[in-house]
Ligand binder design. Structure first.
Ligand code: NAD
Ligand code: TYD
Length: 354
C-alpha cells in the first residue's frame, strides 16, 4: 500500500482517483483538511475499501509514526502543502509551518520508519516529493525553459518554502540514503481545482456574472499541464525514477494569462452563452498586480520523456475544454467549496486592488 499526503486537495485528490483507477493497491490518504482540502472531491470512493482517509498533519510527530507503523506503506507521495502564492503574500507563516517544518517532520518520521525495514523493503521504498517549477524563479521572454539543472531562485514566500522543502528532501537522500524522488511540475489545471487559482476562478466568476480580475498587464506566462497528465508522470517516476533525481514535468504549453482567460470565455460563450448573448470577455477587468509577480515559467520536460518515456496525453485545447465542461457539470461541488472562509479570502485578496 501507499501513503498519499494532501490527497484531499486539487492534485492529490486527482492522483488518488487516478491511482485507484489504474491499480488495486490501497491508498492511505493523509490530509489536515485546511481550507483547500475537500473530501467531496473523493466522494466516488465512498465505501471503497482500497481508500482509507486519515485526518492528520504531516508535521504531527506522534500520529504520522503511528500511521506508518500501522499500515507499513511501500511508498509515500507527498502533495501536502500550502499552495497559493497570493495567500503566501498575505500570510507567509502557514507556508513555513507546513512546507518547511511539516516536510521536515514528515521526513524525520519516514526516516525512523524506513530505518527499521528489512534490507529488501528498504531498497524498494520510495518517498516522492511533489514540487513546483516556481522554485526556479522567473524567466525572461527569450530565456530557455527550466531544466533540472537550473539554479533555484524562488521569489515568493510560497516558492521559497517549496525550495526549502526540496532541499531537505535532497539532503535526506544524500545524508541518510532515504530513497527519494522529486518532481517539479508546471501549473496544473483540471477538475477539483479550488476556485482561488486563475482558471477555476475565471470560470466560476464568469458564470456568477462577476468581474474577471487580471493582475497587471496579463502578459505573465505560465506553462499549463492537465492534472491527469501530472498524475501519470508521478506514477511513472515512482515506478521507474532514479533515486535522488529530480524530474521536471510539463506539457510545453506556455500561455500568457490574458490568452487563458480569453480561451475560457470563448468556451463558455459556446457551452453556456450569457443570457444577453454578449461575450464573457465583457467581464474582464485589469487590476493591481501581484507583489513580486513572476513574469514567466516554462518547463523543459525532455529528461522525463527521454529517461522514463513519459509524455502528456492532453493538449491544452482538449484539457481546457474538459475542464470548463467539468465545472459546468459540477456546480454543486463549486457551491460547496465557496464557504464563508472562501468569501473572506476573496475580500482580502481583491478588495484592495484598483
Ligand atoms: P492544494 O492547496 O489544492 O491542496 C493541498 C492539500 O494539502 C489540501 O488538501 C490541504 O488540506 C493539505 N494540507 C495542507 N497542509 C497540510 C498539512 N500540514 N498536513 C497534511 N495535509 C495538509 O494544492 P495542490 O494544487 O493540489 O498542490 C499539491 C502539491 O503540488 C503541492 O505540494 C504544490 O506545491 C504542488 N504543485 C502544485 C501545482 C499546481 O499548479 N497546483 C503545480 C506544481 C506543483
Ligand atoms: P495562480 O493560478 O495563482 O498560479 P501561480 O501564481 O502559482 O502561477 O495564477 C496564475 C497566473 O494568473 C499568475 O500569473 C497570476 C495570475 N492571476 C490573475 O491574473 N488573476 C487572478 O485573480 C489570479 C488568482 C491569478
Amino acid at each position: 500500500m501507499i501513503f498519499v499526503t494532501g490527497g484531499a486537495g486539487f492534485i492529490g485528490a486527482n492522483f488518488v482517483l487516478d491511482w485507484l483507477q489504474e491499480h488495486d493497491e490501497p491508498v492511505v490518504n493523509i490530509d489536515k483538511l485546511t481550507y483547500a482540502g475537500n473530501l467531496e472531491s473523493l466522494a466516488t470512493l465512498k465505501g471503497d475499501s482500497r481508500h482509507t482517509f486519515a485526518h492528520a498533519d504531516i508535521g504531527d510527530t506522534v500520529l504520522i509514526p503511528e500511521l506508518l507503523a500501522k499500515y507499513q506503506p511501500r511508498a509515500i507521495i507527498n502533495f501536502a502543502a500550502e499552495s497559493h502564492v497570493d495567500r503566501s503574500i498575505h500570510s507567509p507563516e502557514d507556508f513555513i509551518q507546513t512546507n518547511v517544518v511539516g516536510t521536515f517532520n514528515l521526513l524525520e518520521s519516514v526516516r525512523a520508519y524506513w530505518g527499521k525495514l528489512d534490507e529488501q523493503e528498504k531498497a524498494d521504498f520510495r518517498f516522492l516529493h511533489v514540487s513546483t517549477d516556481e522554485v526556479y524563479g522567473s524567466l525572461a521572454k527569450d530565456e530557455p525553459a527550466f531544466t533540472e539543472l537550473h539554479q533555484y531562485e524562488p521569489n515568493s514566500p510560497y516558492s521559497a518554502s517549496k525550495a526549502a522543502s526540496d532541499h531537505l528532501v535532497r539532503s535526506y537522500h544524500h545524508t541518510y540514503g532515504l530513497p527519494v524522488l522529486t518532481t517539479n511540475c508546471s501549473n496544473n489545471y483540471g477538475p477539483y481545482h479550488f476556485p482561488e487559482k486563475l482558471i477555476p476562478l475565471m470560470i466560476v466568476n464568469a458564470l456568477a456574472g462577476k468581474s474577471l480580475p487580471i493582475y497587471g498587464d496579463g502578459q505573465q506566462i505560465r506553462d499549463w499541464l492537465y492534472v491527469k497528465d501530472h498524475c501519470s508522470a508521478i506514477r511513472r517516476v515512482v515506478e521507474a525514477g532514479t533515486l535522488g533525481e529530480t524530474y521536471n514535468v510539463g506539457g510545453w504549453n506556455e500561455k500568457p494569462n490574458i490568452e487563458i482567460v480569453h480561451t475560457v470565455c470563448a468556451l463558455l460563450d459556446e457551452l453556456r452563452p450569457r443570457d444577453d448573448k454578449k461575450s464573457y470577455t465583457e467581464q474582464i477587468t485589469f487590476v493591481t498586480d501581484r507583489l513580486g509577480h513572476d513574469r514567466r515559467y516554462a518547463i523543459d520536460a525532455r529528461k522525463i520523456e527521454r529517461e522514463l518515456g513519459w509524455k502528456p496525453a492532453e493538449t491544452f485545447d482538449t484539457g481546457i475544454r474538459k475542464t470548463v465542461q467539468w465545472y459546468l457539470d459540477n456546480q454543486e461541488w463549486v457551491a460547496n467549496v465557496q464557504s464563508g472562509s472562501y468569501r473572506d479570502w476573496v475580500e482580502t485578496n481583491y478588495a484592495g486592488r484598483s
